[in-house]
Design a protein around this ligand. Structure first.
Ligand code: SAH
Length: 400
């Protein structure tokens, strides 16, 4: 017998009651009168108004600044394996097009609050599933989620990553849950291009699935005959797509030592001669200086920095420093060349991002034209009640 989950009642300040009733999914401190009553992560919480009337039910789990997520606005809905199963099943149905796509077998199948339950995501990698848990609280429902998934889909194995160490970081472990252990890397496909994926080591598996449409666009529309600088390149995903799209040459720059072998691996599994391309292990900001000194100019410069990064000599925070990053890129982009500016920073929106672009070009006395914009692909489902979840912003900018 499973033990009953405890439930804590949380009183919502009157000015926030409507926000929750309208579907805002995140439980936040300022809205709650008795947040101190929360002790153990994973308990259910009942949000009530000042007259003790039911508003919503959720769970307590600390994630960034949040205290958990709303699960249902229906007072009688039970939170059990069935509840999780229904949400996951609905999410799976919405990804049928991707499951049936013969050229792609890596994508997101469950995107947290976008699919109705905040705090965890499920990704599909060619018959393997990876669950990311973002709080101790949601991890208390692990068994319900695994059992539900097991009944819904066939798989070779399920892996997981716990992203809830004390500092909000990732807990290093092998991550195997059930099925048969994989031999890594496994090779997955995205629009016909291969990726080497490691589900059992480190916080990152080898690819960021949310850039699928951007990669395809670069390959199909922009790369042919061009010189491409890919900064913050990680495993070189953008470089590989550019090379396959006919780029004259790609240059990948990343500070992490692992990026060299990982990028060679990505090129090799796609039968591209990596020696015809440059792979530079270096601080991007150093590289910019080097490029200016050597008067290097590129047809395309891709910027995909983390929201925050610290290296020996530089500190980068997207909200503060993206404008300067753009200025560095503008300086080494040819006339008529294209800058692909990307950010996954959730603390500013597309308008503000375009503001950085406008200011950067202004300060460089250069003119530009925005060619196109991207946000998250449909499998990274978001809801309008939670704009913060729609974090990805990518702008293709032409220097004119
Ligand atoms: N563009 C990549 C993902 C980038 S992840 C892709 O499409 O897959 C962020 C990367 O930035 C990490 O690999 C990290 O090593 C790198 N990084 C962080 N700070 C850096 C710096 N100052 N110079 C170069 N690389 C940096």
């Amino acid at each position: 017998m499973k033990k009953m989950r405890q439930e804590v009642s949380l009183k919502v300040k009157s000015k926030f009651v409507n926000k929750f009733k309208k579907g805002y999914p995140l439980i936040f401190k300022e809205a709650i009168m008795n947040i101190g009553d929360l002790k153990e992560e994973g308990v259910l919480v009942k949000l009530i108004d000042e007259k003790n009337k039911f508003i919503a039910r959720g769970y307590y789990g600390k994630q960034n600044k949040g205290y958990g997520w709303i699960l249902t606005l229906k007072e009688n809905e039970k939170i059990n394996e069935n509840f999780f199963g229904n949400k996951i099943s609905k999410a799976l149905n919405q990804r049928t097009g991707l499951y049936n796509d013969p050229h792609t077998n890596a994508f997101r199948v469950f995107n947290g609050e976008g699919d109705g339950i905040g705090g965890f995501t499920i990704d599909y990698y060619n018959e393997y599933y990876l669950i990311n848990w973002y709080s101790k609280g949601i991890y208390q429902f692990q068994e319900d989620v695994i059992q539900a998934l097991k009944k819904l889909v066939p798989f070779k194995a399920i892996y997981q990553k716990k992203r809830f160490a004390e500092d909000g970081k990732y807990i290093e472990e092998d991550g195997f849950v059930i099925g048969e252990r994989g031999t890594f890397p496994i090779i997955v496909k995205e629009n016909g291009v291969n990726f080497a994926i490691y589900l059992n080591e480190g916080a990152m598996v080898g690819v960021f699935l949310d850039q699928r449409n951007v990669r395809k666009r670069i390959k199909d529309q922009y790369a042919k005959g061009k010189t491409v600088l890919n900064t913050f390149s990680y495993t070189g995903a953008f470089s590989v797509f550019a090379a396959l799209g006919g780029a004259k040459k790609t240059t990948s720059v990343d500070l992490a030592n692992r990026s060299l072998s990982k990028t060679i691996e990505q090129f090799s599994i796609n039968e591209i001669d990596y020696e015809a391309h440059d792979i530079v292990v270096e601080d991007v900001f150093h590289y910019f200086k080097y490029a200016v000194k050597k008067e290097l100019k590129f047809d395309m410069v891709i910027l995909d920095p983390p929201s925050f990064a610290k290296s020996k000599n530089f500190k980068f925070s997207a909200g503060k420093d993206y404008k300067d990053l753009l200025k560095n890129a503008i300086a080494i982009t040819k006339e008529q060349g294209v800058i692909v500016a990307s950010t996954n920073c959730a603390t500013f929106d597309m308008n503000k991002f375009k503001g950085f672009i406008h200011t950067a070009f202004g300060e460089m006395n250069e003119k530009y034209k925005i060619l196109e914009e991207y946000s998250l692909p449909f499998d990274f489902k978001t809801i309008k009640e939670f704009e913060e979840g729609n974090y990805l912003k990518v702008v293709f900018i032409q220097k004119i």
